[in-house]
Design a binder for this molecule. Sequence first.
Ligand SMILES: Cc1cc2nc3c(=O)[nH]c(=O)nc-3n(C[C@H](O)[C@H](O)[C@H](O)COP(=O)(O)OP(=O)(O)OC[C@H]3O[C@@H](n4cnc5c(N)ncnc54)[C@H](O)[C@@H]3O)c2cc1C
Length: 497
Amino acid sequence: MIENLEVDELVIGAGLCGLMYGLSAVSEGSSVAISEAHHKVGGYATNFYRNKRKFVFDCSQHKVSGLKENVGNLWISLKRLGLQSLLDEFELHEEIGTVVYKNQFIKLPSEPEDIKETLINYFPDEIIGIEKLFHDIESHGYQHYMFFRKLMNEYTINRDILKESRSLSKITAREYFNTLFKGQDIIEVLSPIAIYSGSISNEVNAFYFLHCLYAMFYGGPAFMKGTGQRISDLLLKEFVDRGGILLKKNKVYEMEDIGDHMLVTTRKNIVKTKRVIATCPPEDVVKMLKSDEKSQKFKQVLNNFTVGWGHFCVFVVLSVPPEELGITSPEYLLVSDTGDNFTEDDFEKDRYYDLFTLSVSNYHRVDPEGGYILQFIILDHGDRWFSLSEDQYNQRKEKIQGKLIKRVLNTFPQIEDKLVYTESSTPKTNYKFTLATKGSAFAYKMLPKTNLGLLSNFPNDKVKLVSTWSGGPGYETAMCFGFTQGKLLNMKKTQNT
Ligand SMILES: Cc1cc2nc3c(=O)[nH]c(=O)nc-3n(C[C@H](O)[C@H](O)[C@H](O)COP(=O)(O)OP(=O)(O)OC[C@H]3O[C@@H](n4cnc5c(N)ncnc54)[C@H](O)[C@@H]3O)c2cc1C
């Protein structure tokens, strides 16, 4: 039975962005409902169980940046929402991870000075480039990272470096590295870090990449025990405790502008609302407004963007704790001898899976209670999976799973007879659980000249795109963008009335 509901704001999607928006808006006194298609909240920040709940698999949490006290944007946002108890549950990572390249295991610590020292130790001839890199992270990376605080009028753009920042946004991270370094080896060690933002160094723009490095090196990389689902569940609890309404298993289908309100049709409700906050993909928002001509023109704006990478993941359970097998780092980035410079042909012929950086995440180290879990993750694209028949899909999945396991065994042969359970997911799985376009796990690609600002003016002013699609990917961005927009839009409302 369809139920009617009336609220100030309806948020589409209870991922991290939607939950933080809801929490922020409800804390400003608005009545807010979040409509979520899935049966649980979190979007990518969820988990799932196998073997009668003995194995717990995290769907995405590796590093949550921005949690350094009084420094990280996320720490500041959560503090302002009065979520001290949630902040207390994060633990800072002691190391970023270990890059495995040409038989060397290069462990990257988590403090910027220590990371710099490590790089200088391994690449003494590149000291000038390394110094310049850290200078650029502290200036341009910081400038980009302070975007949210600028929105809140808490940061003034440093105009002295603006021209150079703009130039960096027009080149790729790899082109930028080539201007800094004499050799390729240091580039192949730094490039795989782009995987944390779902990017590839020869695609992502250098200005944005410097932001990611700032967030990770200076902002405080942390994790929460109990998987990303725990963060989502705690945010939900606060949202509901403060009067928010969650509508689960409730996909939003359609929206209609009825003058001073929007009428939104969901699986279970007709919701009358003053404003819709869309955290789902922008192209779905345009489809939902199919009878609104102005909104249809927005398709042209969306043509400026390229849907980002999804991923292929092999979820693995070992028979013994990984540390007994010498797997002690929270994460290994396995880089092939040729680095991440794969060609279109490599991608078409599936050689890509042998070449591109493969991450081996040691979830047991992060959350021992979840079981002896490892996850092998590579960026992948929905285009390769969506058009297949069920048989073709299953065969391909098995083939790629085999390739990735083989690669991991080359580095860690000791785990071969210790694999007790394996299962894989693809970009199609991503789509099934998050409805992200093409199963993208990282929204739009941050290519040179990508300007997400174009997404801030949706033609219908009762609809706002507040999402990683319009703010950039990642836990920290999703949460800070949700928080900031919830605050700004509702403060404006208070000022207007
Ligand atoms: C393997 C992997 C590892 C990652 N690692 C990290 C990491 O270590 N650090 C980091 O910062 N980031 C990481 N990320 C990225 C991060 O998980 C995402 O950027 C972030 O969680 C996105 O949050 P979101 O709220 O914007 O979107 P989503 O999580 O996609 O949430 C959107 C929600 O909207 C719902 N929805 C969509 N359409 C509708 C509709 N029509 N009606 C109702 N509901 C709808 C979906 O069901 C979903 O719950 C990783 C991602 C992956 C896949």
